[in-house]
Design a protein. Structure first.
Length: 424
């Protein structure tokens, strides 16, 4: 969804912002889930196995880092630094805090954080919280996550949000725009250039492509050349389209990005074949669902969804069912290689700073307590995904696709075609 000012606040992770003394309400009870040490992955093995060329018809990226590969059977995969094929399922917005637009209202404050913004405090928070996220069953961290998590040796994407570094009055793609874009890219990617667990970069988020489809080729050429100038090692994962995109845009990205990305919400958990196939056919690249989720009105944080966030279902049980159904459906599409749940925490019930978005989208509530049904759904689903994806080329499951096709952000995309969501 559109992030506006909120994105900048979240991305700052409240570091360097006026965090101390803000009226967050911290939970008095400890975190319900055990907090194991963060999962530490051994250093990457950069030796190229002799069978790699025989196994894949197309490999994108550099050995020793995360790559993308298409099997001889036509199924696309993420390829880990240790050359394991993965369908990734992650979670976005893992942060120590999320502010409410009501200064006297309840925001989110992690029980793992001591409210100090020094490096040691954030490092301690990151280690504890990364362990909790992995213990929930997720394979990776998605967009909007705190940069302190890069030290935890867990697979993670980075959202660059290049356009938000450019002043609004600067002409699109002109010399001043390019100068600001270069600064945005240089400052963010140089520190991560040799990080072997960084999956790759999202260039931007939910740009209004209706207003500038003719500028797409120049946009992708300029931004990707700058990213590769300062970091030649990592994947470029597109720019997170909002629900759909004009066909000219993924076609323009064809020679520049490594994958396409789409933020896609649908309360029935079904996929739109026209949207998905247009993006992948025009780009000739695999697709990542960079955001999806379900929310209800019975969450413990008290979210009323006054912002009309899409993906609303009837209950917490339906949210868990939605995770199982939609994630497994995505894994059954041979050109989809991953999906990131939005987001780690519920939004503040009065709305988050910046745009007032107030949905029960979290794996944990605003008191940092887990929604156990959703956690169990993630844990049970994750072990199934690679097997489902491996068989996706021969899958003919019509329950994956919505008939007739319907826009993912349409308010009429209600949970009326999936019995499991209806019954909860």
């Amino acid at each position: 969804m559109g992030r506006a000012l909120t994105c900048l606040l979240v991305l700052c992770a409240l570091v360097g912002c006026a965090v101390a003394g803000l009226p967050f309400q911290r939970a008095a009870v400890p975190t319900a889930d055990p907090t194991p040490a963060a999962a530490i992955i051994p250093p990457a093995d950069t030796i190229e196995p002799s069978t790699l060329t025989a196994s894949f018809s197309d490999v994108r990226g550099h050995a020793g880092y995360w790559r993308i590969a298409r099997g001889r059977d036509g199924v696309w995969w993420f390829l880990s630094p240790r050359n394991n094929t993965e369908f990734l399922n992650g979670v976005t917005t893992v942060q120590p805090a999320l502010r409410s637009c009501d200064l006297l209202g309840t925001g989110y404050l992690s029980g793992d954080w001591d409210r100090q913004t020094d490096t040691a405090s954030l490092s301690n928070w990151a280690q504890k919280t990364a362990g909790r996220v992995m213990a929930c069953g997720f394979k990776n961290l998605g967009a909007w996550c705190n940069t302190a998590l890069h030290q935890c040796h867990v697979p993670m994407t980075r959202d660059l949000n290049v356009s938000r570094w450019v002043p609004e009055d600067v002409p699109l793609l002109g010399s001043l725009w390019q100068k600001a874009a270069e600064r945005a890219i240089r400052e963010q990617v140089v520190p991560l250039r040799e990080n072997h667990e960084l999956i790759g970069y999202y260039i931007d988020n939910e740009l209004n492509w209706d207003a500038m489809p003719d500028a797409a080729e120049s946009y992708f050429r300029i931004t990707t050349s700058l990213i590769r100038k300062y970091d030649p090692n990592h994947l470029i994962l597109g720019c997170r389209y909002r629900g759909w995109v004009p066909a000219e845009v993924p076609r323009a990205a064809r020679n520049y990005t490594d994958a396409q990305s789409l933020n896609y919400y649908a309360a029935d958990g079904l996929l739109d074949s026209k949207i998905f196939s247009t993006i992948t056919q025009q780009s000739r690249q695999p697709l990542i669902i960079s955001e999806y989720s379900f929310h209800a009105l019975d969450g413990r944080s008290g979210n009323a969804n006054r912002s009309h966030f899409p993906g609303q279902v009837r209950s917490q049980a339906a949210r868990a069912a939605g995770y199982r159904l939609m994630t497994q459906r995505l894994a059954q599409v041979p050109y989809v290689i991953g999906a990131d749940w939005f987001q780690w925490m519920d939004e503040p019930p009065a709305g988050r700073v910046g745009d007032g978005e107030d949905a029960n989208v979290g794996v944990v509530d605003t008191h940092d307590q887990p929604y156990q049904q959703l956690v169990e759904a993630v844990r049970q689903t994750t072990p199934l995904l690679n097997t489902l994806h491996a068989g996706s080329r021969s899958n003919r499951n019509q329950l994956v696709w919505r008939t007739p096709p319907q826009g993912a952000h349409s308010p009429t995309a209600l949970a009326d075609t999936t019995q499991e969501l209806l019954s909860n």
